[in-house]
Design a protein around this ligand. Structure first.
Ligand SMILES: Nc1ncnc2c1ncn2[C@@H]1O[C@H](COP(=O)(O)OP(=O)(O)OP(=O)(O)O)[C@@H](O)[C@H]1O
Length: 258
């Protein structure tokens, strides 16, 4: 299947005046339509760095990122925003916007310069609110909602943006188990029903194993992309945490503490 986004011999990391720090190298990843893909790895391994690099926020050390066959750094901002939506973990700047207005920002790539919403835009915003089950919050100010609710609002904004690729950095952090599962299922339903590809980073590995189509595992040695069942079969989860007390039980498909 043709990828929406692919990387070729990508190296990611940071350059300072004194040195270049490579976080991961030789990454050849393929994000295909209709797939829910989880990015996992220990704290500080480089998940956010990878997400920032493939979304054109941060330059790679070397290699290329192609989004719909075009280098991600060659896109004009408006064009990029019609192909890719991103929800990062940064806090929102304080504002007076209501939840509806925040989600409506997702329509910006399509509206005129004063941001007038057409009936179609409003339908898309309402659809996104319904899908994420936050319609009842539409008129609340964004400082009046909880962290978990805000997380859903930001996901709704990405849905309203209606792009073939959605990238989410730790979208389930502030959610309880019930809402985590509901969000995972929503993301899965969206990918399967709309053909969108959703890549998200997460520390909820057990849930990701159960609900994602593919996973990208980052370890200090390597970065592997495959279906969860294949990753289990090849023992790839065992390399995630360097701790004798945390082992991966391949039969149960989850980590156990010994
Ligand atoms: N702006 C920066 N300049 C230099 N190094 C950075 C910068 N941002 C992050 N790093 C380093 O890059 C490494 C990867 O960080 P990153 O935030 O990508 O990890 P992560 O896998 O997303 O972590 P977590 O699961 O804790 O969110 C870390 O060692 C971090 O200290």
């Amino acid at each position: 299947m043709k990828s929406i986004l692919s990387t070729s011999n990508l190296s990611i990391g940071y350059k300072t005046k004194k040195a270049t720090v490579t976080i991961a190298q030789n990454l050849n990843l393929n994000l295909e339509p209709g797939k829910l893909i989880a990015l996992i790895g220990a704290n500080g391994i480089g998940k956010s760095t990878l997400l920032r690099t493939i979304t054109g926020i941060q330059h790679p050390l070397s290699g290329t990122v192609l989004l719909n066959d075009k280098n991600v750094f060659e896109y004009k901002p408006l064009d990029l925003a019609q192909n890719l939506s991103i929800v990062l973990t940064e806090k929102l700047p304080s504002s007076n916007l209501s939840v509806f207005e925040l989600v409506a920002l997702g329509r910006q790539p399509y509206t005129n310069w004063i941001g007038t919403l057409t009936p179609y835009d409003i339908t898309k915003v309402n659809e996104a609110l319904e899908l994420t089950q936050i319609s009842h919050l539409a008129h609340k100010k964004h400082y009046e909602i909880s962290d978990g609710q805000l997380q859903k609002v930001l996901i709704a904004r990405a849905l309203a943006q209606d792009t073939p690729l959605i990238i989410l950095d730790e979208p389930t952090t502030h959610l309880d188990l019930l809402h985590k599962v509901a969000l995972f299922k929503l993301l899965k339903k969206l990918t399967h029903e709309t053909g969108k590809c959703i890549l998200f980073s997460t520390h909820d590995i057990d849930l990701a194993i159960q609900l994602s189509d593919e996973m990208i595992i980052m370890t200090p040695e390597t970065v592997i992309q495959d279906e969860p069942c294949n990753l289990i079969a090849t023992g790839s989860f065992a390399t995630l945490f360097k701790d004798d007390h945390i082992t991966f039980d391949a039969e149960k498909g989850k980590f156990v503490i010994t």
